[in-house]
Design a binder for this molecule. Sequence first.
Ligand SMILES: N[C@@H](CCC(=O)NCCCC(=O)O)C(=O)O
Length: 246
Amino acid sequence: MHTFRPVIAIVSCYKMVDGQPSQSVYQKYIDAVNFYGGNPILLPNTAADSANFDALLKVVDGILLTGSYSNVAPTRYGATHLEEKQDLGRDDLSFKLLAHADKTGTPLLAVCRGLQEMNVHFEGTLHPDWREVEGFYEPHLEDSTAPLEVQYQPVHDVLIQPEGRLAEFGKEWHVNSLHKQAINKVGERLSVEAVARDGLVEAISLVQHPFMIGVQWHPELNYAQDNLSKFLFTEFIQHASKKLSK
Ligand SMILES: N[C@@H](CCC(=O)NCCCC(=O)O)C(=O)O
C-alpha cells in the first residue's frame, strides 16, 4: 500500500548558476523536508502567475519559504531606500503563498527571509540593517568570508515566549544567525514566539492558524541533529499530513 507523503512546496530564488539565470533552492531545504516525511516540490517564480497558481496549490499540503540573500522590496512596507538585492519574482510568489496559507489554513514554515516576508505580508515592517538600530548587539550577521560551517554555527540564544507555539519545546535555545534585515513593526495578527537577548524578534506565528511559523534562524541546517529543528520540522510536516488526510 502506498503511504502518501504530504506535498511541500518550496519557494525558489532567482540566481545566476553557471552564468545563466536560474530558479534555485539549496539542497538542505529539500533534504530537511524529505527527512521528516514530506514530498518536496520546488516552485519557480512563474508559479505566481494566476493561470498556474490555483492548479498547483490544489496539490500542496504545506509551504516552505526559504532563506535568501535577496531582500523583500522596500516598497512592500513603505520604505524608500534603494535595495540592491531584490528578487521581485520571489516576492510575488511568497506573498501569494502567504495569502493562500492564511485563507486555507495550509501549514507554512518561513525561514529567515521567509519570516521577513511573513511579517511584511501581515502589514509589518523591517529594519533594512539591524546594525544601524541602537540596542541590537547580538552577532546576527554572519562573517561571509568565513567557511560555511563557521557562518552557520550557533551564535546566540533565542528566548522562547512562555504560553507560545514553541513553549512546548523549552525556554531557550542557541541558534545560528545569518541576516542583515530584521523585524521592526510586528505585523497584524502575528504573535511573537521568540526574541534574542537584545530584543530582536526571532520567531513569529499567525494567531488562530493551524501552523504558520516564521523563524529568523536556520533550522534546515542541522535538521536531523538540532532538537529545535527537529521540533519545528516534525510539527510542520505533521500539520501538513493532517491537511493531506482531509
Ligand atoms: N536577505 C535577508 C535574509 C537573509 C537570509 O535568508 N540568509 C540566509 C540565506 C542563505 C540560506 O538560505 O541559508 C537578510 O539579509 O536579512
